[in-house]
Design a protein. Structure first.
Length: 509
């Protein structure tokens, strides 16, 4: 989570009130919605065409700038990123988006989700971009970076501003100024050594983000070694991976004394104008030609149903999926969505006919088989009787295999199929194989990392389990549930009791 004093929980899961969405939702699908597509993004927008094009251009620029600064090669993501852009006021309330939220970014097994509320000058996008940096670096970067760099670099890049053809990078975010003026300085020794994200009070967290930003800014802009930063960072990570001490490795790689680092960074911040960088936007995205279409009532209803399902507003999702089902071209996915709305409310007997209908309409659609597999998987996870649980797992696996046969490039298939072996506790080696492939495809998804760590424990690969768990602790960003699971795995992985394993109960969460 970013350390914004005025938006403390911007990137935590929003509190969605289904009754509000239901009260206003009847009119929402009737309004003018634009769908704007580029090679990397798809936006469903209630904003004006100008604002929507400005937003998607900003996202494309940011993606390319992030690639330049990280040195990562950006391949096509195995999952799409769906963006919902809405104005403040009534539409936000209809979708139950809290008025204090500028937006948020969530990774997913099937699609990533971005919500943006208003973009008058795209400044609000900075909050979302912080998490998007994590996604890009986590997905395509070469290393597992320490927490200070993860957060500091995300802060550094997410302060990017686009004004017409001018890109400004490295500016000082106002919330960082607030932290420096109001909170106690944390020693750089603590900043560099920090490994987890859920164990400090709010004010220290805010100061951590501010100082991590300052440290990255300082290291990247030292004129005498500016061209060596990436090489130094790679050397530093290599020393850490070899088991080196965090402080000694930092000093050796970057050629600085940690004892003097507090003074050096403070002098850099307060002793002169902090340098920024200016680039030409047109040089970054020279061929910007997005596809713009107006969405039909049924098409936007399907998109709204997917949004409501993701935010656990099952009543609104059900209504929107019913509308989407009126279009024969959308009917199969709409019925699968209807099945999900009932499945998650434990209305299993009502849900099954919808999944059957989806498969009848689209028997060669891998997503329909995937939805059916996850229906049986979910039933198995919520079944106490062992024989019935085993039978439901076997049904789920049949459809996971069919989905894989139809499309072997879906990371969700590998992740969920692998989890069936944790749930049934019958083949941890198979779980490892499947989850490693899911991890290869979705490196930034911490839920996959957690499942893989549990699978490693199941086969006794404790060192690898510990590495995966520690990686999660550096990336949870306010996800206390994920951090708690990671700490349990880490405790088991470092235990001398070989029989102790967090996966022996076969739980799936």
């Amino acid at each position: 989570m970013r350390g914004r004093p005025l938006l403390i929980t911007v990137l935590l899961a929003a509190t969605f009130c289904s009754s509000t969405a239901h009260a206003f939702g009847k009119e929402l699908e009737e309004r003018k919605w634009l769908q704007v597509r580029t090679e990397n993004f798809q936006i469903y927008s209630q904003l004006s065409k100008r604002e929507t094009l400005e937003l998607i251009r900003h996202l494309e620029i940011f993606r390319q700038v992030a690639a330049i600064f990280t040195g990562v090669g950006l391949a096509d993501s195995p999952v799409p990123t769906a963006i919902y852009a809405v104005p403040s006021g009534k539409v936000s309330r209809e979708l139950s988006i809290d008025s204090s939220y500028a937006g948020y970014f969530r990774t997913g097994l099937r699609r990533n989700l971005i919500v943006v509320r208003d973009v008058p000058h795209t400044d609000e996008v900075a909050t979302i971009m912080h998490e998007y940096v994590h996604f890009l670096v986590g997905s395509f970067g070469k290393f597992n970076y320490p927490m200070w760099f993860n957060e500091g670099f995300a802060e550094y890049l997410s302060s990017m501003r686009v004004r017409s053809d001018e890109i400004i990078i490295g500016g000082v975010p106002p919330e960082r100024v607030y932290s420096f003026r109001n909170y106690r300085w944390i020693s750089m020794r603590e900043i560099i050594s920090r490994r987890g994200s859920d164990d400090w009070p709010a004010q220290r967290n805010w100061m951590f983000y501010s100082e991590a930003w300052a440290l990255v800014h300082f290291l990247m802009n030292r004129t005498e070694v500016e061209s060596r930063f990436n090489d130094q960072l790679e050397e530093y990570i290599g020393k850490l991976d070899a088991g080196g001490d965090s402080i000694a490795s930092f000093e050796a790689a970057f050629g600085v004394s940690v004892e003097k680092l507090d003074r050096d960074v403070q002098n850099y911040l307060f002793g002169r104008r902090v340098p920024g960088l200016m680039l030409s936007a047109d040089s970054i995205v020279p061929d910007f030609e997005p596809e713009v279409t107006r969405m039909s009532r049924e098409a936007i209803s399907l998109a709204l149903g997917q949004f409501a399902l993701r935010t656990r507003d099952y009543e609104s999702a059900e209504r929107w999926y019913q509308i989407a089902a009126e279009d024969p071209a959308l009917e199969a996915h709409a019925h699968a969505g209807l099945g999900d709305t009932m499945k998650f409310r434990d209305r299993f007997d009502e849900a099954l006919p919808h999944f059957d209908r989806a498969l009848k309409l689209a028997p060669e659609d891998p997503l329909c088989h995937l939805d059916m597999a996850e229906y049986w998987h979910y039933r198995a996870a919520n079944t106490e009787e062992p024989a019935q649980r085993s039978e439901n797992v076997d049904r789920a696996r049949t459809h996971y295999v069919k989905a894989w046969q139809l499309n072997p490039r879906l990371p969700e298939v590998y992740a969920m199929y692998g989890r069936t072996f944790l749930l049934k506790a019958d083949d941890y080696d198979k779980a490892v194989t499947m989850l490693e492939e899911a991890q290869r495809m979705l490196r930034a998804n911490i839920r996959v990392k957690l499942s893989l760590a549990e699978a490693y424990l199941g086969v006794g690969r404790k060192e690898e389990a510990a590495v995966a768990a520690q990686s999660v602790l550096s990336w949870t960003h306010g996800d206390s549930q994920g951090a708690t699971r990671a700490r349990k795995i880490l405790a088991n992985a470092t235990s001398v009791d070989d029989e102790s394993s967090a996966t022996r109960n076969g739980s799936i969460q």
